[in-house]
Design a protein around this ligand. Structure first.
Ligand code: PAF
Length: 302
C-alpha cells in the first residue's frame, strides 16, 4: 500500500494530513477490505474513471455517511469506449484526483493498471438486456456491456456493502442496479444526485473538452430539459414539448442524439400522457463533446 503523504486513518496506517493510501493490485485490495469486514465494518465503494469533479466528490461524501470505510477506484475502463471514442484523450489527472480525495474521508484508493483488470486472454462479458438498449445504448452499443463488466469485476474484487453511482448517468445506474440484482451480488446500489455548475450544466469530466464558446452554450441543455419537465408537469402534451426542445437545441448548435421522456424505474419510453415516475433524458453533441443530462418531471414542479 502506498502512502502519497502520511495521514492517520482508521486502518492504523501511520499518516499526516493530506495523504491517502493507494493500491494497485486486487490482492492488496482484498487483504485490506477483508480485514475491515472481519472487524465488522461496513464498506462503501465509489467507482470512478478519475478526472474528479464536485459530482464525484459528492458521491465520496455520501459514501462517508453510508459506511465505516470508503474505497474509491480510479480506472479508465477501455471496454466502455468504442475505437473511435475518446479513450486516449480521456482526462487523466491522478495527482490532482488524489489531492482532492485526501481532503475527504477516504480510506483507500484502488488504481489498478489495465493488465490487473483485463488479463491478455480476458474473455468474459456481462450484458444487461433491455435497460441497456435505448438512450445511450442505442448510439453507444458497446458502452453498457463495458460498464457492467468492469463494475461486476470491481464489486467482486472489493465486495462492498454499498456502491454509489451518480444520477447524471441515470441509465448506467439502473443497468448496474439490475446487474447486481440479477447476479445475486450482495450489494446495495445507491444513486447520488446530479451536481451542477452554477449555470445548471451537469458536472462531467468531459466538460473539459468544451471550447469557451461551447461552454457558454452548454447550460442550454439543462434549461431545455427543465423547461420540458415543467411544461409536462403543467399538462403540456409530450410531442410539442419535445419538438420545441429539439428545435431550440438545434438552433443553438447542438446535434441532438436523443431527447426522450421515459419511466424513471423501467426506462420504458413514454409516448402518450406522462405519468410519474417520469424523467426527461437528453444526449447531444456540442462540437466534439457528447453531453448527457436528465431531470425528473416532478422536480420541475418544485
Ligand atoms: O461512470 C463512470 O465513471 C464509469 O462508467 C464507471 C462506473 C466508473 C465504470 O467505469
Amino acid at each position: 500500500m502506498a502512502l502519497l503523504s502520511c495521514a492517520t486513518n482508521k486502518t492504523g496506517t501511520v499518516s499526516m494530513p493530506n495523504s491517502i493510501a493507494t493500491i494497485t493490485t486486487i490482492d492488496d485490495l482484498r487483504k485490506t477490505v477483508c480485514a475491515w469486514r472481519s472487524a465488522g465494518e461496513k464498506i462503501t465503494l465509489v467507482p470512478t474513471m478519475g478526472a474528479l469533479h464536485d459530482g464525484h466528490l459528492s458521491l465520496v461524501k455520501l459514501a462517508g455517511k453510508t459506511g465505516d470505510r470508503t474505497v474509491v477506484t480510479i480506472f479508465v475502463n477501455p471496454a466502455q469506449f468504442a475505437p473511435h471514442e475518446d479513450f486516449d484523450s480521456y482526462p487523466r489527472e491522478h495527482e490532482k484526483d488524489l489531492e482532492l480525495l485526501a481532503a475527504l474521508d477516504v480510506d483507500l484508493v484502488f488504481m489498478p493498471p489495465r493488465v490487473e483488470v483485463y488479463k491478455q486472454d480476458f474473455s468474459t462479458h456481462v450484458t444487461v438486456e433491455g435497460l441497456s438498449e435505448g438512450l445511450c445504448g442505442a448510439s453507444r452499443p458497446h458502452f453498457f456491456g463495458g460498464v457492467a463488466t468492469v463494475v461486476a469485476k470491481l464489486l467482486n474484487q472489493c465486495r462492498p456493502d454499498v456502491a454509489i453511482f451518480g444520477e447524471k448517468d441515470y441509465q448506467q445506474l439502473l443497468v448496474i442496479r439490475r446487474m447486481a440484482r440479477d447476479l445475486d451480488m450482495n450489494v446495495e446500489i445507491l444513486g447520488g444526485p446530479i451536481i451542477r455548475e452554477t449555470d445548471g450544466l451537469a458536472m462531467s469530466s468531459r466538460n473539459a473538452y468544451l471550447t469557451s464558446v461551447e461552454r457558454e452554450k452548454a447550460p442550454l441543455l439543462h434549461q431545455t430539459i427543465s423547461a420540458i419537465a415543467k411544461a409536462l408537469a403543467n399538462g403540456k402534451p409530450l410531442d410539442p414539448a419535445l419538438k420545441d426542445g429539439c428545435k431550440s437545441l438545434g438552433n443553438s448548435g447542438f446535434d441532438v442524439d436523443y431527447l426522450e421522456v421515459r419511466n424513471a424505474d423501467t426506462l420504458a419510453l413514454i409516448e402518450g400522457p406522462v405519468h410519474e415516475p417520469a424523467r426527461v433524458f437528453v444526449a447531444a453533441m456540442l462540437g466534439k463533446t457528447r453531453l448527457i443530462d436528465n431531470v425528473a418531471v416532478t422536480d420541475a414542479e418544485k
